[in-house]
Design a protein around this ligand. Structure first.
Ligand code: AMP
Ligand code: MG
Length: 508
């Protein structure tokens, strides 16, 4: 029977648009209201899809054809909000460059909701550049297409290297301009994360002695990410311990590929051990432990070699925020002991990583010293980190003509010779066979890293010409970093002097 309600639906349908459902859940929206602002993305003038990450979409169980349809693009750009979304901007605070910055929060990012992926993992879907929120602090809530492309490339590069990271599902242009130093095309990044909860989320609650809030966030984290902690006598300590372990492993992973995060503020430190917020990051070309790329990091606080200390410092801020819930003053010693676990976990993963990068299977006392000797020679000889390790992965166990290729990376070339002799003695001592050692080494020493000048060229092309061909070209090699693909040999080598990018601006 035709009812009045059906008639209304037919009349209202063109006005209201069709129902859009993306299988979203909204567990964060169920937390106390003070954890976030409920807010919808601000629509943009003319959304256009630049790039859809089809394999990630499939991992999330999303329909790739639909995502590219006008409705799908409208959702990705924030012009339509799915009917099962409860969009929100998360509240958090943080220490920036060591100074308390108070409340920060999502000033230009809006969480649409969560989707359970094909592996049963709950993943956040967030639009970055989706318009102002109460946390915008005078900012426009938007992003330029340049940093959006940079983050897309960087997060996919990290994921392909096997390093925990937020991911990028899509890039869209908004058809609007944003004003940075100059007008630039606006962009939106659709970011996927296991979680967007940060050290700064706890700091936000701790700053107002919101103990109920802290407990609610602990329960949320344990339930969603760390269920094993619930079994422990002191679940808060168990939670902290797990976060310490994941963070230590993450920083070790970064350092083994020469990654410098650039802004390891507490608001950019994930509580699930993912690389979060790619601003002025960089991958080292010529190895030097003090390398910094960020133009705002004048004192080298976030240099390559500083990252473990800084991560431990950030975790200490987390420990302070969790102390009351962990048992108050009486728990100080246990919290400190848990935080102290950072160093041993970091060293064990970093040393094990160096060991594998050098192709060893047995563990011997001298190995760490041998690895650091190599790093020291790379530093003195201005050798490229990636090419050196990749070059070693291709060398035979006996001195050969190929040694010249690796020696030529060092200035002077003889700098590496005595080290090569020691390395080969060490390989001989464990009766290493060349073919299997080389393939093991090539599986951990990437041929490709997202060098700054490459990312910059793709960003410039996007900003200046709204052209994304360099981005596409990079994505082909980014997805297979442990192979040297025959096309584009220029993508595997360090920048020429005139191509070097010495500083990276947040340029957000
Ligand atoms: P980030 O440096 O990207 O980690 O951001 C630090 C803080 O500044 C966060 O609270 C961001 O939400 C905020 N923020 C950055 N860019 C903008 C913008 N264009 N509009 C509003 N808030 C922003
Ligand atoms: Mg941030």
């Amino acid at each position: 029977m035709f009812t009045l309600e059906m008639a209304w639906r037919i009349i209202l349908a063109p006005m209201m648009g069709n129902d859009i459902r993306m299988g979203l859940e909204n567990s964060y929206a169920a937390l106390p209201e003070r954890f976030f602002q409920s807010i919808r993305p601000t629509p943009v003038a003319a959304p256009a899809l630049v790039k859809l990450n089809e394999s990630l979409a499939e991992e999330l169980g999303l329909d790739t054809d639909w995502l590219q349809s006008p409705d799908g693009v409208a959702v990705l750009a924030g012009n339509r909000v799915p009917d099962d979304a409860r969009p929100l901007a998360m509240a958090y605070a943080g220490h920036q460059f060591g100074h308390w910055a108070g409340r920060l929060g999502d000033g230009r990012a809006i969480l649409l909701g969560e989707r359970i992926d094909q592996n049963g993992v709950r993943r956040d879907i967030q639009l970055k550049g989706a318009g102002p929120t109460i946390f915008s602090r005078g900012g426009d809530g938007r992003a330029s297409i340049g940093p959006v492309v940079r983050e897309y490339l960087a997060s996919e590069a990290m994921a392909a290297l096997g390093i925990p990271t937020t991911r990028a599902l899509a890039v869209a242009t908004s058809g609007e301009e944003v004003y940075r130093q100059r007008p630039e095309p606006g962009g939106i990044l659709v970011r996927v994360a296991e979680s967007h909860v940060r050290v700064g989320t706890f700091q936000y609650l701790a700053a107002t002695n919101d103990f109920d809030g802290i407990q609610a966030l602990i329960d949320y984290l344990v339930d969603r990410h760390y269920p094993q902690a619930a079994e422990h006598d002191n679940p808060v300590l168990a939670l902290l311990e797990q976060i310490v372990v994941r963070t230590a492993r993450l920083v070790a992973d970064w350092m083994l590929v020469g990654f410098i995060h650039g802004v390891m503020n507490t608001d950019n430190t994930s509580l699930v051990g993912e690389t979060l917020d790619f601003g002025p990051f960089g991958f080292i070309d010529e190895f030097h432990p003090d390398t910094v790329y960020s133009s705002i990091d004048r004192h080298g606080r976030y240099a390559w070699s500083q990252q473990p200390g800084i991560a431990a410092w950030n975790l200490a801020r987390l420990g302070e925020a969790l102390l009351p819930a962990a048992g108050g003053q009486a728990a100080t010693e246990s919290v400190n002991a848990t935080l102290a676990g950072f160093r041993s976990e970091f060293e064990s993963v970093f040393h094990q990583g160096l060991h594998s990068k050098l192709g060893f299977q047995e563990v011997r006392d001298e190995d760490v010293e041998l690895a650091f000797d190599l790093l020291g020679r790379m530093q003195r000889g201005s050798a490229d980190l990636t090419l050196t390790f990749r070059g070693l992965s291709e060398l035979p166990g006996q001195a050969s003509d190929q040694d010249q290729a690796i020696a030529s990376l060092f200035d002077p070339p003889e700098l590496i010779q005595p080290w090569l002799v020691r390395w080969r003695q060490r390989l001989a001592a464990e009766h290493s066979d060349d073919a299997s050692r080389q393939s093991r080494m090539q599986a951990v020493n990437p041929a490709f890293i997202l060098r700054n000048h490459l990312a910059q060229a793709a960003v410039d092309e996007a900003i200046e010409r709204c052209n994304f061909s360099k981005m596409e070209e990079l994505l082909e090699v980014i997805s297979r970093p442990f192979e040297q693909l025959p096309d584009h040999p220029e993508l595997y080598i360090p920048p020429r002097p005139e191509e070097r990018v010495l500083e990276t601006f947040c340029g957000t």
